[in-house]
Design a protein around this ligand. Structure first.
Ligand code: 5AD
Ligand code: SF4
Length: 497
């Protein structure tokens, strides 16, 4: 972990500084003192568990929370029966909210046995007023609630929650601040997400994100590059640039550079091997970006290009600002310029007013584009969004149509993924595969007695499993893709470290 301010040098008898991030380091030092004292009292180390729901943005935020917890002396664990549990929530679809409420009940059971336990909720769900009301009324055992805009104050809030008896609630309506240089604890030593922008200005009519994540704010390019350089120094070989709509990066900055220009700069960082990004809105994917991708040696051959619907009528009602034809033309252009690119997408089935013909249009686009993978969602009504006031589609019709779309996605993706069978490609080894089928896969691949099953990711985002050694995790290896198994490959290393 990178050390920005030494906690030992902070004078805790002084008042808390008002400047950030100094203020948060002051509270980290205070919290660290408390954690040590509690540990002595209990005769064991305090444990903390951060649980992430939802997207890559939340995963990145959770690393920031974990960084602070680790720095203040908590031992991080995956076990939710811990001294401090933080749920980093998602509210993009209602089932994510329901999952959180269900699991809070279980946490309450743990807390009854460990009354010193602290429970915190943050993330997109807590930005909704109705959620806060519900928490106050039905989940009074929750100790701390904060939102997406003040995540950087976590150290201060965690300290307060450990001092105060009643529920601490601090949720901001919005912010224009971006506080840099706080600790972060990466899940993977060799790859990392990097925020390049926060918020979204698109207001797709079904989507709650602009309400809970606020307006678009881009980080200064220099800060982004500095962060990536530091990550590379620390052993990172792959970065994923994160934003709700990376193609509008820089638009709100004075003298800002475009996303394509930012990519050119990131490419220059020595030692960095792979660059990914997420997510691109089709309406502002520029020719310049396609060109940069085409020329790049480091940008991965993968583009996630959310379609949402193939029907122009529905796209208009969704406020997506492109037509079926424009989307198809864009996909075609990308395929022509970068033939080896894998395209993936998001699709919503059951948006208000969607007919069987509209779904047929979606299926038509899937068949024409032939995605490598697609995430298919049933439309979920989100209070406060324009689509919530539109006439909803009957549930049984939605399920029928959803199954059709899913089958189409699976059939086309299976064919697409298979196209590299027999070829040799570079994979970043991400982890040891300890799944239930790993022994069988090792047998099938005639693995040596010392070999274990590893899981790697190709530049085009496809997963491949192959025999190897534990010390190869985090390295790039050349793998022969021996057999396609639907969405993944079984392979064999042909060269590597
Ligand atoms: N219902 C269903 N899916 C949604 N998404 C966003 N909002 C909703 C909603 N209300 C999906 C979109 C988006 C992905 C992250 O989540 O497909 O691209
Ligand atoms: Fe939601 Fe649309 Fe913004 Fe994506 S671009 S976060 S779907 S409003």
């Amino acid at each position: 972990m990178y050390d920005f301010i030494d906690l030992d040098r902070i004078d805790l008898s002084a008042e808390a500084p008002s400047k950030e991030p100094e203020r948060q380091y002051y509270f980290m030092a205070k919290l660290r003192e408390f954690v040590a004292r509690e540990g002595n009292r209990l005769g064991r180390k305090l444990t903390a568990c951060v649980v992430t729901f939802g997207c890559q943005m939340n995963a990145k935020d959770s690393e920031k929370l974990s960084g602070i917890l680790k720095k203040t002396g908590y031992v991080l664990t995956d076990d939710e029966n811990a001294d401090f549990v933080i749920y980093n929530t998602c509210t993009v679809r209602d089932n994510a909210n329901q999952k959180v409420y269900g699991r809070l009940g279980v946490l309450n059971g743990y807390k009854k046995k460990n009354p010193a336990m602290k429970i915190a909720l943050c993330g997109c769900m807590t930005q909704e007023k109705t959620v806060i009301e519900k928490l106050r009324e039905s989940y009074p055992f929750v100790d701390l609630v904060f939102g997406t805009h003040n995540l950087f104050t976590f150290a201060e809030l965690a300290y307060r929650a450990n001092q105060e008896k009643k529920m601490v609630v601090d949720v901001w309506e919005g912010t224009d601040r971006i506080v840099e240089d706080l600790p972060s604890e990466r899940k993977y030593p060799f790859k990392s997400g990097v925020n390049i922008m926060f918020g979204c200005n698109n207001f797709c009519s079904y989507c709650i994100v602009p309400y809970v994540r606020g307006r678009e704010r881009s980080r200064d390019a220099k800060e982004i590059l500095r962060e990536i350089e530091r990550l590379v120094e620390d052993g990172v070989v792959e970065v994923m640039l994160l934003g709700q709509n990376v193609n509008s990066y820089g638009k709100n900055l004075e003298n800002g550079i475009s996303f394509a220009q930012l990519l050119r700069e990131v490419e220059k960082i020595e030692g960095l091997k792979r660059i990914r990004f997420m997510t691109s809105h089709p309406k502002d994917l520029s020719d310049e970006l396609i060109q940069v991708m085409k020329e790049s040696k480091k940008i991965c051959r993968h583009l996630h290009l959310p379609l949402q619907s193939g029907s122009t009528k529905i796209l208009q009602a969704m406020n997506r600002r492109y037509t079926k034809e424009q989307y198809l033309a864009l996909a075609e252009k990308i395929r022509q310029e970068i033939p080896d690119v894998a395209l993936t997408t998001d699709i919503i089935v059951g948006f208000p007013g969607e007919t069987r013909e509209d779904v047929q249009d979606t299926i038509d686009v899937i068949q024409k584009v032939r995605y490598d993978n697609a995430f298919t969602f049933i439309y979920s009504k989100r209070t406060g969004t324009p689509a919530a006031a539109m006439e909803q589609v009957p549930e049984d019709q939605v399920h029928e149509e959803f199954d059709k779309v899913l089958k189409c996605v699976q059939d086309t993706a299976r064919m697409r993924v298979k196209r590299y069978e027999g070829q040799v490609m570079e994979a970043l080894v991400e982890e040891i595969n300890e799944g239930s089928n790993s022994a069988e896969a090792l047998r099938e691949l005639n693995a040596g007695p010392d070999e274990i099953l590893l899981t790697g990711r190709l530049s085009n985002n496809t997963i491949v499993h192959f025999p190897g050694r534990a010390d190869q995790v985090g390295t790039l290896v050349m793998v022969k893709l021996e057999e396609c198994r639907g969405f993944y490959y079984l392979g064999r290393i042909v060269s590597g470290k």
